[in-house]
Design a protein around this ligand. Structure first.
Ligand code: ZN
Length: 200
């Protein structure tokens, strides 16, 4: 386990299998015999370390699970917001189409002599302003839609990583690889874990 270090000196702990004089397989500080740093964790029982690390991982998984649930709620909210935005977008597009059509109709009426030039100019100007305003709203709306979909995408990737793991019964290599950056063991038999990523 290259991730295991002595909290006293910072050097690696090395695995020592069963042998006469040691009742249990254990990890020993690789430098204590040379450096004699008093704070070194001279040895740590392998079975106790495994149990402790598994317990700490499961605790962390619980926190991550709670965070994932929060993210799921957020994702649901964002999905409904997205639906609203898309509805708003389609009604804006219909309004814009209507405004453009009315410009054409106005022109026909004017051409048929059904309205004066002055009236035509006034109403055509209004219709053009309306179209312009709608176009701006459509732009803003589509910007918001792409922002929302980016956020949703990111959220779903984070969640997928957490949902892969729930409560673990055994400490596996994969579990350690995915969650743990470093483990420090101390003289007082305290274990400290530096996580790869945490529930924030
Ligand atoms: Zn040490």
């Amino acid at each position: 386990m290259g991730k295991l270090s002595c909290g006293g000196c910072g050097y690696a702990m090395v695995y020592k299998p069963l042998r006469p004089g040691n009742k249990y397989p254990r990890f020993e500080c690789s430098r204590h015999s040379i450096l004699k740093i008093p704070e070194c964790c001279t040895y740590f029982r392998a079975d106790i370390l495994e149990e402790t690390v598994l317990f700490m991982i499961n605790k962390e998984l619980m926190l991550l699970g709670e965070a994932a649930q929060q993210e799921e709620k957020l994702a649901k909210f964002q999905k409904s917001e997205m639906k609203d935005m898309k509805n708003q977008m389609s009604s804006l597009c219909m309004d814009k189409k209507r405004a453009e059509d009315s410009l054409g109709i106005l022109y026909e009426k004017y051409a048929m002599g059904e309205m004066t030039q002055e009236e035509y100019r006034k109403r055509a100007g209004e219709a053009a302003d309306e179209t312009k305003k709608l176009l701006e709203q459509i732009k803003a709306c589509s910007k918001e839609i792409s922002r929302l979909s980016e956020e949703l995408e990111k959220l779903q990737v984070d969640m997928r990583q957490v949902i892969r793991f729930t409560h673990m019964e055994k400490l596996t290599k994969e579990l350690v690889e995915v969650f743990i950056r470093k483990i420090y063991v101390y003289k007082d038999k305290r274990v400290e874990i530096v996580w790869c990523w945490t529930a924030n």
